[in-house]
Design a protein around this ligand. Structure first.
Ligand code: BTN
Length: 246
C-alpha cells in the first residue's frame, strides 16, 4: 500500500484522482494525498471541509469481493482509530458506521466509492479524512460536532508519521480480512468501538429506527433494540445516524 503514491497540493477530491487513475490502470494499493481539497465530499453527498493541515487521502483497492467492499468503511475507521491510539495515545474510538471520534467529537471519517462493470466489482476507492493540524472551532459547519488532533493534544502532529501508521495498520487489517474469518476483525472493532450502548436514531431508505445500539452482528450489520423489539440494520441501507449525544 502506497508503493504507488501521488501527492498533490490541491485538488477537488482525492477520491476523484484515485477513480480517474483506477480507470487508467493504476495498481491496487495506490495512495493519493492532497494538502487541501476544494470539493471534498463525505457520505450522502455532504461537503467535507478540507483545509490545509488535515490528512486527505484515498486508497485504491482492486477487489472483486462485494463483501470486502461493504466492510471497507468500518475497517477504514478501525485502521485510523488503531493508528491514532497506538502512535499518539489519543483516546480515539470507532463510531458506527464510518466515523472516528474522541470524546464524542468526530476527528475522522471514511468514504468508500465503488465501480462495477456488470455485476463485477472492478475497484473501490477508500477516502479518509483526518482533522489533524487545524482548529475546527474556526469552521462553523463542524465547530459543534468535530475536533482535531492538534486541539486534543495541544500541539501539532507529524502528518507523515500519522499517514504512514494509518497505511501500515490498514494494510495489516486488510490482510487479516483476506486470510481469516471476519470474527477476529469484529473483536477488534468491539475493543475500539464507542457506539454500543448508545441511543441512536437511524434512518434507512425504508424506515426510521429509534433505540439502543446493542452490538455488531457482523462487519456490515448492527443490532438495534427498539420499542418494538430488535432490528438488524445493514450499513449499506443507512441514510443517517443521529447519536443521542450529537
Ligand atoms: C464522512 O465522514 O462523511 C466521510 C468523509 C471522507 C472524507 C475524505 S477526505 C479524502 C477523500 N476525498 C473526499 O472527497 N472525501 C474523502
Amino acid at each position: 500500500m502506497g508503493k504507488a503514491l501521488v501527492v498533490v497540493d490541491e485538488c477537488t477530491s482525492t477520491n476523484n484522482i484515485a477513480v480517474e487513475m483506477a480507470e487508467n490502470g493504476a495498481p491496487d494499493g495506490l495512495v493519493v494525498i492532497a494538502r487541501t481539497q476544494t470539493a471534498g465530499r463525505g457520505r450522502l453527498g455532504r461537503d467535507w471541509c478540507s483545509p490545509r493541515g488535515g490528512i486527505w487521502m484515498t486508497i485504491l483497492s482492486r477487489t472483486s469481493r462485494p463483501d470486502y467492499m461493504t466492510s471497507l468503511p468500518l475497517i477504514g475507521a478501525l485502521g485510523i482509530t488503531k493508528a491514532l491510539v497506538d502512535t499518539l495515545s489519543v483516546n480515539a474510538r470507532v463510531r458506527w458506521p464510518n466515523d472516528v471520534v474522541v470524546e464524542g467529537r468526530k476527528v475522522a471519517g471514511v468514504l468508500a466509492e465503488a465501480k462495477s462493470a456488470g455485476d463485477q466489482l472492478t475497484h473501490v476507492v477508500l477516502g479518509m479524512g483526518v482533522n489533524a493540524n487545524f482548529d475546527t472551532k474556526n469552521i462553523a459547519a463542524i465547530s459543534q460536532t468535530s475536533t482535531s488532533l492538534s486541539t486534543i493534544l495541544g500541539h501539532q502532529v507529524d502528518l507523515a508519521k500519522v499517514i504512514s501508521t494509518i497505511l501500515e495498520t490498514l494494510e495489516r487489517l486488510l490482510e487479516t480480512l483476506q486470510t481469516r474469518a471476519g470474527t477476529e476483525m469484529l473483536e477488534l472493532v468491539r475493543l475500539l468501538d464507542s457506539s454500543r450502548g448508545t441511543h441512536v436514531q437511524v434512518k434507512t431508505s425504508k424506515a426510521t429506527f429509534d433505540g439502543l445500539l446493542v452490538d455488531y452482528e457482523s462487519l456490515t450489520k448492527v443490532r438495534i433494540m427498539t420499542e418494538n423489539g430488535p432490528v438488524i440494520v445493514d450499513t449499506d441501507s443507512v441514510l443517517s445516524v443521529d447519536y443521542q449525544s450529537d
